[in-house]
Design a protein around this ligand. Structure first.
Ligand SMILES: Cc1ncc(COP(=O)(O)O)c(C=O)c1O
Length: 398
């Protein structure tokens, strides 16, 4: 039910949002229409890898907008060719399909795996995914996700996504049959509360999938593009997956995503995949500007360093208030609160002008811009410290 007098009434009410309108962003900060400033440790849900409205993205967009918006996906355009080449050069993959959202890239990965199964594995079509995994909100990606809240929704689901347990190789082995074509996972389960796959699990999974002739698909929509201190998370484990999806940070704030595959896995034929806006030059120009900046060794080192600083500050805070572990990698971290106080902390932080995220009631997730400064990290920690002190977190947990 909507209240027609509300200024928000014309938008579908798809989630609870504070009655605030944001009008400006710059670096680590957002401003609302009343002029209140917020320190942003969500950054559009891990999207703005260079902060709000970075000049390099704004300039790339302005330049490209004056030159060519879109020639149609039936023709090549220069920014998509250059960006695809750069992604291929920086990864273990050979070909790229550009999409407009993470879910669309994952939907493409699912289709690619099913095509691979049709061509090479007698029609095998099942993709083993993981309890707690999140892959998007299209029907197939919701079905692939292992999110509890999705279970009763939009039945019947798309079939063919048996669920294993993260970091439990036997649970994967038990699901493999002649119907299996691929295994798909987030290297760090973000929405579930930042639960990392171990390097060992990723390596064992790579060996297992190779031994069975299965594709290994990594959903790096949240972990990719430098978020964990390497350009792509799979590099930490020293493995080479067959398929990867990117989204969020790849556009630095604009809707761009990508599906990458090795030559062997890249098996789409004409008519299998496409979309009006896929690979449009405007978004690819932004992606190119982001990759040129984020992909340098100096920048990636600065992400790893900032991640270590944030991690140690969170650990200090946790010890002070008797909270739990800090988990994650680089600038995708979570603080275990031990109690379901996340939503209350997020609400109080909002009032105090700090934007935080609680993907699960017992955890806070931190996904600041990759160029976040130590001063900004300290400012956030001070704000959180004040809230936890006010709440008497230490007493609550004890
Ligand atoms: C790991 C992962 N995959 C897929 C998605 C879906 O991306 P999008 O919201 O751009 O469709 C998300 C979004 O949060 C994600 O974190």
């Amino acid at each position: 039910m909507t209240n027609a007098t509300s200024p928000f009434a014309a938008l579908m009410d798809i989630t609870a949002r504070p009655p605030t309108v944001f009008v400006k962003g710059e670096g680590a900060y957002l401003w609302d229409e009343k002029g209140k400033r917020y320190l942003d440790f969500m950054q559009g849900w891990a999207v703005n890898c260079l902060g709000h409205s970075p000049a390099i993205v704004a300039d790339a967009l302005a330049l490209q907008a004056r030159q060519l918006l879109t020639p149609s996906p039936a023709f090549y355009n220069a920014p998509s060719l250059t960006l695809a080449k750069a992604l291929v050069a920086r990864s273990c993959f050979d070909q790229v399909f550009f999409a407009n959202s993470g879910a669309e890239a994952n939907e493409g990965a699912i289709k690619l795996a099913r095509k691979y199964g049709a061509l090479h594995k007698n029609g095998a079509h099942e993709i083993i995914t993981f309890v707690g995994g999140f892959h998007g909100r299209t029907l197939a990606t919701m079905s692939a996700s292992g999110k509890k809240a999705f279970e009763p929704l939009f039945e019947p689901k798309v079939p063919g996504f048996p669920k294993a347990q993260l970091n439990d190789l036997d649970s994967v082995k038990q699901l493999i049959s002649d119907k299996t074509v691929a295994v798909m996972l987030e290297p760090i389960q973000g929405e579930a509360g930042v639960w990392p796959a171990t390097n060992q699990f990723l390596r064992e999974l790579r060996d297992l999938t190779k031994a069975h002739g299965l594709l290994l698909i990594v959903d790096e929509i949240q972990t990719g593009m430098g978020r964990t201190g390497k350009l792509f998370h799979y590099e930490h484990a020293g493995i080479e997956p067959d398929v990867m999806t990117l989204g969020k940070g790849i556009g630095g704030g604009v809707p761009l995503a990508a599906l990458l595959a090795t030559g062997h896995a890249s098996c789409f034929e004409h008519g299998d995949q496409g979309g009006t806006f896929n690979g449009n030059p405007l978004m690819c120009a932004a992606g190119l500007a982001v990759l040129e900046h984020v992909g340098t060794p100096e920048f990636l080192k600065s992400v790893a360093d900032a991640g270590l600083f944030l991690e140690s500050e969170l650990q200090r805070l946790s010890a002070r208030h008797g909270l739990g572990d800090v988990r994650g990698r680089g600038l995708l971290l979570a603080l275990d609160l031990k109690l379901p106080i996340g939503p209350s902390i997020v609400a109080q932080a909002f009032e105090a002008g700090v934007l935080l995220n609680s993907p699960q009631p017992e955890a806070l997730r931190f996904m600041p811009a990759l160029n976040v400064t130590r001063e900004e990290i300290s400012e956030m920690i001070d704000g959180l410290d004040t809230i936890l002190t006010k709440m008497g977190a230490a007493r609550l947990v004890a």
